[in-house]
Design a binder for this molecule. Structure first.
Ligand code: FAD
Length: 783
């Protein structure tokens, strides 16, 4: 029995242990749940926080975008709120599930406990029943034993019966013990089974508990994971939100910066616009001012022009051009009618035109191109006070430089021979030269004889008769009419006449040849004291004798004239560009032909070609190589080349000492226009150094005895390059003529308006005489 109590006690202890274990498990679960709730309380203020943060970053300045953002924030906040509510709901559901689970577990445990209690009660009951059965069996066995004993005592049989009874009792006892033992074993087995079952149940329960705990843990882990997920989600959402806010903030900052930049740009632009507007305004004001000034200036200019257009001088006659023809025309008019008011308008700074000279600072007089005054010019003799010019004559004839051999008037050819300088004499005027003239190597003896009929012809013929003759070229006249040899023409006539007419003998008129030969034969080539400018100076001085009514304006270039009322307004410009207008009843055009065409704004149907010439002056401190006042001609066959550029030369200071200061001499070298052109540079100017070198080299060949002087000591004073020196007057429509042969009312094919006449060498002959003559005719025509 004691063993059975132990078993029962053990079962009860085990049951208590199981109960305690369940209680601990239950409490542990409760604690865990409570702690979890304390640890993760539901976050009610999240929405507010997010909302406030959202609100905090909202910029007041963003209007539309801000509203949009607010709307987005609001939606986002709602989403978050909804998510939180969902999470709360989820948690509530989880709690309910948890509660339900707990209830279910509790119920299961209670049921389990009830089952265990019932099993225990059943087992107790069975134990009791078994104990009662055992006790009953014992009582019955005792009663049987008593009955057997009672029977044995009666008889042997009874003894035997007793023995049997004892054996039976013993057997029964053994059986009882065995039964008890079996029962005990059975009970023990049952107890063991129960214990085992309890153990198994406990283990099962423990495993279930562990499983439940594990499940709980898993659930907790799941919840935790879910919470973590939610937290992560929340963190991610928060992070995303923060990032979004940060991005938004950055965006806002960017926008703000952009806005600030835009504002700055706008402000800058506005400033620029303001400056530009200011500038434009200033420019407008300036332009307005400029316009006003322009208007004022234009008005002033118009006024000036109006005033300028008014004639500065109102005269009877305006003479355009202050060369010898213009001066002579004015003087002729004044002599005929001293009451006339005359205005001379001259383009250049000085009067005289092509007859002019410069005086150097060292006292040399340089005519602007070699020129001579021929004292036998008929018009000069009439118009000028010849003695007053203090003319100094050249010796008649010339020195001629030759270098080639000739035979019977024909060139021998071959190389140049030795240089010879020979005199070509005029034995009629210098009988002492007869002998040398005959012996001179220049020309043949026949040539010297043939000069006599030529001289006779020009002596006996008047100028009119000469100009009435049939006109040929000079070359034709020399060769065919007078029969001169090539040698004589080449050595004498060519350089002599080309020096006067600046053109080939082919391009010179036979009339002009006869005329000039007559003048040279009857008179002398002279140099006035003080140079050729003495001629216009005398004319100018004559004009100044007229006390009134004679105005001379130099530096006034006439551009044209127009008829105004019954007069002409002659328009001129002063050197400073200001206008100088003259109202004149009558006009004399006394310019070169080209200028006259321009002033008349006329076509130039017969504008004559112009001849040009060059001249280079040297100063020398020693005696000149030619001591006579004579012209030196280049009689070489080849002339007018780069190495033989000289056409003729003279020493003016030997003719007239006034041309050079004391102790000095002046050498004048003439180079014809075509030869000058050989020394022209690309810009048209003369390469003076090159020309000078060539001339000096040529001079050294002519005068080798003073070659060193020429090369080293002669000083170059000036080079004159005279374009438009003379109009060509042969071969064209308007050849040279004489004594009013050409009307002063017509400018080489251009009819002139009423009260306008023209004069100048182009109207007569291209000489000083022609210019004077044309002036007289023009004056006559005007009055
Ligand atoms: C280098 C040289 C050597 C000469 N040698 C000799 C010689 O030895 N013997 C001889 O007889 N002749 C010689 N002559 C020729 C002689 O000098 C001229 O035939 C003569 O001077 C012509 O005079 P002119 O009045 O007709 O013309 P110019 O003397 O030319 O006078 C014309 C004037 O008009 C002016 N003029 C032009 N245009 C205007 C304008 N728009 N408005 C106002 N004024 C204007 C000019 O400035 C000039 O002063 C030589 C000429 C030159 C150039």
């Amino acid at each position: 029995m004691a063993g059975g109590d132990d078993i029962n006690g053990e079962v009860l202890r085990k049951r208590d242990r199981v109960k305690r274990a369940f209680r601990r498990l239950k409490n542990a679960i409760k604690n865990k749940l409570r702690k979890k709730r304390q640890k993760d309380p539901p976050g009610d203020d999240e929405t507010e926080t997010v909302g406030s943060e959202v609100e905090a970053v909202v910029s007041e300045e963003e209007t539309q975008r801000r509203e949009e953002r607010l709307e987005e924030d609001r939606k986002r906040a709602e989403e978050i709120l909804q998510r939180l509510q969902e999470r709360e709901e989820l948690e509530r559901k989880e709690e309910a599930l948890e509660e339900e689970r707990r209830e279910r577990e509790k119920k299961e445990r209670l049921e389990s406990l009830e089952r265990l209690e019932k099993a225990r009660a059943k087992r107790e009951l069975e134990e009791n029943e078994r104990a009662e059965a055992e006790a009953k069996a014992k009582v019955e066995a005792a009663a049987e034993a008593e009955r057997v004993k009672a029977k044995l005592s009666v008889t042997e049989k009874e003894k035997e019966a007793q023995e049997l009874e004892r054996v039976a009792a013993e057997k029964a006892e053994q059986e009882r013990v065995a039964a008890e033992k079996a029962a005990a074993e059975k009970a023990e087995k049952a107890e063991l089974e129960r214990v085992a079952s309890e153990k198994a149940a406990a283990e099962n329960a423990e495993q279930e508990k562990i499983a439940a705990e594990k499940a709980e843990q898993e659930k907790i882990a799941a919840v935790k994971a879910e919470q973590e997920r939610i937290a992560a989600e929340k963190a991610a959402a928060e992070k995303a939100e923060q990032e979004r806010i940060a991005a938004e903030k950055a965006e806002q900052e960017r926008i703000a910066a952009e806005k600030a930049e835009q504002e700055r740009i706008v402000a800058e632009k506005a400033e620029q616009e303001r400056i530009a507007a200011e500038k434009a305004e200033q420019e407008r004001i300036a332009a307005e001012k400029a316009e006003q000034e322009k208007i004022a200036a234009a008005a002033e200019k118009a006024e000036q022009e109006r005033i300028a257009a008014l004639p500065q001088n109102t005269v009877d006659v305006a003479v355009i051009g202050g060369g010898v023809s213009g001066l002579t025309a004015a003087r002729s008019l004044k002599k005929k009618n001293p009451k006339l008011n005359i205005q001379i308008l001259e383009k250049a700074a000085t009067l005289g035109g092509r007859v002019n000279s410069d005086v150097t600072s060292t006292g040399f007089t340089l005519d602007r191109g070699f020129a001579v005054f021929i004292d036998s010019y008929p018009e000069s003799k009439k118009l000028l006070n010849i003695p007053k010019l203090k003319l100094q004559p050249f010796q008649p004839g010339a020195f001629v430089v030759t270098s080639e051999g000739w035979k019977d008037g024909k060139a021998l050819g071959g190389d140049s021979g030795p240089i010879k300088i020979s005199r070509v004499a005029d034995p009629l005027r210098r009988p002492m030269d007869l002998f040398s003239a005959v012996l001179s190597p220049v020309g043949t003896f026949v040539d010297k004889v043939r000069v006599i009929p030529l001289l006779y012809h020009v002596f006996k013929s008047s100028v009119d008769e000469i100009f009435d003759e049939a006109e040929t070229s000079t070359l034709v006249a020399l060769k065919e009419r007078w029969g001169f040899s090539d040698q004589f023409i080449c050595q004498f006539f060519a350089p002599f006449l080309q020096g006067i007419y600046l053109a080939d003998l082919n391009d010179q008129s036979s009339r002009m040849f006869h005329f000039i030969f007559k003048c040279f034969s009857e008179g002398s080539a002279c140099l006035p004291e003080g140079g050729m400018k003495a001629v216009p100076k005398q004319l100018e001085a004559d004009l100044s004798n007229f006390i009134s009514g004679m105005d001379i304006a130099t530096g006034c270039s006439v551009s044209g004239f127009e008829a105004v009322e019954d007069a002409y307004l002659v328009k001129a410009l002063k050197p400073d560009g200001s206008k100088f207008n003259v109202k004149a009843d009558k006009v004399i055009l006394a310019t070169e032909a080209s200028a006259a065409y321009e002033i008349m704004d006329a076509d130039e149907p017969a504008r004559p070609p112009q001849r040009s010439v060059g001249c280079i002056y040297y100063s020398l401190s020693t005696q000149p190589p030619v001591k006579d006042p004579i012209l030196v001609l280049n009689g070489e066959k080849e002339k007018g080349t780069l190495v033989k550029p000289i056409n003729n030369l003279c020493f003016p200071s030997v003719v007239s000492s006034s041309y050079a200061p004391p102790g000095k001499h002046l050498c004048s070298v003439t180079i014809l226009g075509p030869t000058m052109d050989l020394f022209r540079k690309d810009d048209g100017a003369i390469d003076e150094e090159k020309l000078d070198a060539a001339v000096r080299s040529h001079l050294v060949k002519w005068f080798p005895e003073v070659g060193g002087e020429i090369s080293n000591r002669w000083e170059t004073l000036k080079v004159y390059d005279v374009m438009n020196a003379q109009p060509a007057q042969f071969g064209g429509k308007y050849s040279a003529n004489f004594n009013g042969g050409r009307k002063a009312k017509e400018l080489l094919g251009v009819e002139l308006p009423e009260n306008v006449v023209v004069c100048g060498d182009h109207q007569s002959s291209a000489t000083l005489n022609g210019a004077l003559e044309s002036a007289v005719n023009a004056a006559k025509a005007l009055l």
